[in-house]
Design a protein around this ligand. Structure first.
Ligand SMILES: Nc1ncnc2c1ncn2[C@@H]1O[C@H](COP(=O)(O)OP(=O)(O)O)[C@@H](O)[C@H]1O
Ligand SMILES: [Mg+2]
Length: 451
């Protein structure tokens, strides 16, 4: 890799040829030009830093123009010792550093390295700032685990496009919140966000619910009514539990999405709409397609971009952050003074595998707050399945059948434990476990274990 792409703007009477050659030999990529004319090189390719010889007419102006063209390009100015004032003026004009003639090649390359680093760091920072908006999450989603950071980054990109999104994940992981976050980040944020739960609306009513109906279309239709497609126009329509969409309605939905228009029930007029579609499912739709319960063409239409929301047990760093959030929320609502978790309660929350994900955690904290008389939620206030959950060392010594568990539970816990012991080094973990690497990777994916 190059040490950095550098733009050299030299003075007409001093082309700094010797320095140019020396820097190239040190591994920098350099494009050079004379004075203001060199500014045009900025258009073609980005640079990591610029060197500007101030010993030329308009030196300061050129520095200003450079900064205008490329705001975060660090500019190192080269000047004579007698003209410190020039150096100061150039710093005001946005220069990053200055060096005095005669130039020592070592000093120049150190200054460039620093500038390049600075620029790369600023870029990284900007990326981070763009993604993590609050200290605890992103657009209503709470969690700072690496799995969630990755998710936020993906959501940011997805929001910019108009493509259909399929949000996949176990129940209670936050699929609806994810859909809302995409909407809030998109150009449609001023428009409506309308959610329809395909499992909750009886199949017979779903068509008129979606597309609307005209008066007299069926027995109960005393007046005409606009459907959700019309109501969501200009915004986002969210199909929750899309896997429950009746087979009979799927071709109509597909047609509507392709044509961007649909006919209300009982009408012969097409009504156009302008919506962005997000769908969510906790089912394996590919399997549903195999079983002829879901249409492949509709699946492809909906799944232009797939967003997978990780289960809570694979991001245990988020558990306590979420628990405290729900605790505070429930306490405020119930006007209770509960504000923290006992050590034991916190430890149990982290150990428990959360099959119901964030929703289960939310419900558990609500319940705990309702039972809480003091300021601290203790083990006794947690639901019994969580309170009685046995960590792996207890599992191995359990004797009563109710406390015995499937082999996979033991395996998952043991793999986690080995990974922690070897500091996450997978090769070493595989060796200890007696798996080949491939087998270990497969199991890591299956159990949702993070890097
Ligand atoms: N990352 C999160 N941060 C805060 N609350 C969350 C998060 N994920 C889920 N929730 C909450 O948990 C509950 C379940 O989320 P929901 O989006 O309905 O899950 P799903 O649709 O995947 O079943 C909701 O009350 C939601 O507000
Ligand atoms: Mg849901």
């Amino acid at each position: 890799m190059s040490r950095g792409r550098i733009l050299l703007l030299s003075a007409p009477d001093n082309r700094l040829e010797a320095m140019l050659g020396a820097l190239k030999r040190k591994g920098f990529e350099i494009e050079a030009g004379i004075g203001r004319a060199a500014l045009s090189l900025l258009e073609a390719q980005p640079f990591d830093a610029a060197l500007l010889d101030l010993e030329q007419p308009d030196g300061i102006e050129i520095c200003e123009e450079l900064k205008e063209e490329s705001t975060d390009l660090p500019v190192i100015v080269l000047t004579r010792r007698g003209t410190l004032e020039m150096a100061i003026r150039s710093m005001r004009a946005g220069a990053y550093d200055y060096l005095f003639h005669p130039l020592r090649i070592e000093a120049v390359s150190i200054a460039i390295d620093r500038a390049v680093q600075h620029r790369r760091m600023r870029r990284e920072l900007r990326k981070l700032r763009r993604v993590v908006i609050g200290p605890t999450g992103f657009e209503g989603l709470i969690g700072t685990s690496s799995a969630m950071q990755e998710l936020y980054e993906l959501l940011e990109q997805v929001a910019e496009s108009e493509a259909s999104v399929l949000v996949c994940g176990e129940t209670g992981v936050g699929k609806e919140l994810v859909a809302q976050a995409i909407h809030q980040k998109s150009g449609r944020r001023e428009g409506p966000f309308i959610a329809v739960n395909c499992a909750a609306v009886p199949g017979t009513l779903l068509e008129s619910e979606l597309f609307g109906h005209v008066r007299g279309a069926f027995t109960d239709a005393r007046s005409s009514r606009a459907g959700l497609f019309a109501q969501a126009s200009g915004g986002t329509l969210f199909f929750d539990e899309i896997g429950e969409m009746p087979m009979s309605l799927q071709p109509k939905l597909l047609r509507a999405l392709q044509q961007r228009s649909a006919r209300p029930v009982g009408s012969d007029r097409e009504v156009a709409f302008d919506i962005r579609v997000i769908a969510a499912t906790n089912l394996d739709l590919e399997a549903a397609i195999e079983n002829r319960q879901f249409r492949r063409d509709l699946y492809f239409r909906l799944n232009v971009i797939q967003v997978d929301v990780p289960p809570l047990r694979s991001r245990s760093n988020d558990i306590l952050i979420l628990a405290r959030h729900f605790l505070r929320h429930a306490a405020t609502r119930a006007k209770k003074s509960a504000e923290g978790l006992s050590q034991e309660a916190a430890r149990r929350l982290i150990e428990y595998p959360w099959p119901g994900n964030v929703r289960e955690l939310e419900n558990s904290m609500e319940r705990a707050v309702a039972l809480c008389r003091g300021q601290e939620v203790t083990l006794a206030m947690l639901p019994i399945r969580i309170r009685d959950y046995r960590a792996s060392h207890v599992l191995l010594t359990a004797e009563v059948p109710e406390h015995l568990v499937p082999m996979s539970v033991i395996e998952e816990r043991y793999i986690r434990r080995v990974l922690v012991a070897v500091g996450g080094k997978r090769g070493e973990a595989a060796r200890i476990l007696g798996f080949d690497r491939k087998t270990l990777y497969r199991k890591l994916i299956r159990y949702g274990i993070e890097k």
